[in-house]
Write a protein that binds this ligand. Structure first.
Ligand code: FAD
Length: 473
């Protein structure tokens, strides 16, 4: 029998679960990647770092498959119809892929299943994106977890070498089929996109990029628990974009963290567990993709001032840590986790803008955008999520800045206009008197904005807004 393997967000050959199952079930396996018009045409800009990342990763993937004697069909089409059509052209018996848990992907896969079934073919999906998914980690009462720590404990209790073992794809690569159809590789321009600054900002696509980051991070993993909260130092792995597109195997990352031992690796493993946690939250509660996980928060009437939202997007709020973070996402497509929490909290609880607007902005701008992770992160910060921060705990943007960027190293990197502001004022430059402003070359309201809101005032407004819904006032 022959099979077709459809690559989606798993752009690697090595340790690819679905590819392994295809290779061990069929004598000949064809491979395909679809630049899906349904997804690409809906993107708001024609300059998108993710499209460039995928494009370069697909070029690398095709080379890897060719080196094993196979090939990659590359289509620019609507996947819903293109996959069943290619399956028919190639005369395969079945289509294999890895599971994608996002609501849109589930709907697309259901449509593909139907068309395939009408022609007597089946689609098989494997778990590859998560270590544990769906109902694999449940409470003792067989319910999905909605609190992280007990979920993590159950996850850690369950995990073992079996679940983290690598799928030996290379051993079965003999079944990979060369392409019987003419090969084509659309350029970025053919796809309707232009080159971005991806390489200038140091993001290397493909498995080569993931390997390099992992090699760089491994010696630093032991300090992760101490360094991970400080955006001005290199404390994290920067692997999230590779986790997003599957240019690294999540099993390999978890394996390495477990093998390393110690507080640093254990803390890092915990972050990988958060990823599984949010996947299963969205799987069990798809309504969270549209609005608050806790439905009572649907009643919040956000003041939603468009000028404040614009200031946030542009990094012009007058709060340096928030602004530096927003300039980081705008120029690189990445934002440090501590800063994602700070700016998300600031948008909801200081600017009183509906957090879903911020969620969408992140979705459009993050290289590592992932619906489950992004939604989970935003709902945590906005206190509307399952295991969220209580609504009355409101980050103070100045205190956060003092704690996590004490010397303003990160702030100065993204806000050169504050380069000469003394450390004592870097977190709240509006508190400088006129003489100091002039001396530091940073006149507030001229070189850098005055704060668009007063944190103390907004905090009270946020408490009232949330409190009303909770029946607390
Ligand atoms: P590391 O610290 O090296 O962590 C290793 C890996 O663990 C990451 O690559 C990531 O896959 C996973 N991870 C780390 N932290 C978290 C977390 N808090 N939740 C879930 N997984 C985590 N992550 C995304 O991958 N995509 C998103 O769209 C996304 N949106 C977010 C939005 C908000 C408001 C918040 C607060 C967090 C969001 N995160 C998101 C989680 C986290 O910020 C990023 O995964 C992390 O900053 C990526 O950097 P890193 O690869 O260096 O992480």
């Amino acid at each position: 029998p022959a099979a077709l393997f459809w690559f989606r967000r798993d752009l690697r050959v090595e340790d690819n679960a679905g590819l392994y199952y295809a290779l061990t079930s069929a004598r000949r396996v064809h491979c395909v990647f679809v630049f899906d018009r349904e997804i690409l045409d809906a993107l708001p800009t024609r300059s998108d770092r993710r499209v460039e990342f995928i494009h370069a990763s697909v070029v690398e993937l095709r080379e890897a498959l060719r080196s094993h004697g196979g090939d990659l069909h590359i289509l620019h089409d609507r996947a819903r119809e293109a996959i069943p059509r290619l399956a028919a052209e190639l005369g395969v018996d079945a289509v294999f892929a890895n599971e994608d848990y996002e609501p849109d992907a589930i709907a697309r896969d259901a449509a593909v299943d139907k068309l395939l079934a009408a022609a007597g073919r089946r689609m098989h999906r494997a778990k590859d994106q998560a270590v544990f998914d769906k109902d694999e980690v449940l409470t003792r009462a067989s319910q999905p977890f909605s609190v992280f720590t007990p979920y993590k404990n159950a996850w850690l209790e369950k995990v073992d070498d079996f679940f983290l073992g690598a799928y030996p794809v290379a051993k079965h690569a003999g079944a990979l089929a060369p392409s019987p159809l003419p090969a084509s590789m659309p350029s970025l321009e053919d796809l309707g996109f232009e080159a971005t600054n991806l390489s200038t900002v140091g993001v290397v696509p493909g498995t080569a990029g993931a390997r390099a980051l992992l090699a760089n991070f491994e010696p630093r993993m032991h300090d992760y628990h101490k360094a991970r909260d400080f955006p001005g130092v290199k404390g994290v792995s920067y692997l999230s974009v590779h986790n997003r597109f599957g240019t690294v195997s999540i099993r390999e990352l978890a394996r390495r963290a477990r093998a390393a031992k110690g507080l640093g690796p254990a803390t890092w493993l915990s972050e990988l567990v958060w990823r599984d946690f949010y996947f299963q939250v969205l799987w069990h509660h798809p309504h969270a993709a549209e609005g608050p996980f806790r439905r009572e928060y649907e009643a919040i009437r956000w003041p939603d001032d468009p000028a404040l939202f614009a200031a946030w997007c542009e990094g012009n709020t007058g709060y340096p840590l928030v602004d530096a973070a927003m300039r980081q996402i705008n120029t690189t497509g990445y934002m440090h986790n501590r800063l994602r929490m700070v700016v998300a909290s600031f948008l909801a609880k200081d600017l009183l803008v509906d957090w879903r607007k911020g969620e969408r902005y992140f979705a459009e701008n993050l290289n590592d955008f992932d619906l489950a992770q992004n939604n989970g992160g935003w709902q945590w910060a906005a206190s509307t999520g399952c295991d969220a921060q209580p609504y009355f705990r409101i980050f103070n943007p100045v205190t956060q800045s003092e704690r996590f960027d004490p010397k303003g190293r990160f702030i100065r990197r993204y806000l050169p206009e504050l380069a000469n502001v003394p450390d004592a004022f870097i977190h709240a430059p509006w508190t400088m008197d006129a003489v100091k402003q002039a001396a530091s070359g940073c006149v507030i309201g001229q070189d850098y904005p005055a704060p668009v809101v007063d944190h103390a005032v907004q905090r009270e407004k946020a408490l009232a807004l949330y409190g009303k819904v909770k029946g607390a006032t």
